[in-house]
Design a binder for this molecule. Structure first.
Ligand code: ZN
Length: 130
């Protein structure tokens, strides 16, 4: 199963509720993997709060500056997005009990758009029993 959505550059999108709904329907106990099949996006766990969202983007800019004479920019002007995606990752695995994600109080599933405006999808697969 998967969800689809559109993004704008620099958006931090909380997809927790959409994932929770899909997980509820599985009724599974086990682990669920949430995976974004994209080379220029980020899927991560974190707090969803506007200030920390800006801080996520700032730390990405500090670690991987947009302009740094990246080699990939010679052929496709989006090296920073690829590098941030590779560093921060595009998947996470979460324990599930009876169709309920076992996230911490402030843990949310976030998609961070580090490329341009895009159509994105996030897939869910799981291992477990009912
Ligand atoms: Zn590229």
């Amino acid at each position: 199963v998967e969800i689809n959505f559109t993004t704008k550059k620099g958006e931090v999108i909380d997809i927790t509720e959409k994932i929770e709904e899909l997980v509820r329907r599985t009724g599974v106990t086990g682990i669920i993997n949430v995976f974004a099949p994209h080379a220029t996006g980020i899927l991560m766990l974190g707090e969803n709060e506007p200030h920390i969202a800006k801080d996520y983007l700032r730390v990405m800019e500090n670690l991987v500056p947009t302009q740094n004479n990246w080699e990939h920019d010679k052929i496709d002007n989006n090296a920073a997005a690829h590098l941030r995606s590779a560093l921060f990752g595009v998947s996470t695995t979460i324990p599930v009990i009876n169709g309920k994600l076992q996230l911490g109080t402030w843990q949310r599933i976030l998609f961070v758009e580090v490329e341009g405006d895009r159509h994105r999808r996030v897939m869910l697969t799981w291992v477990g029993s009912k």
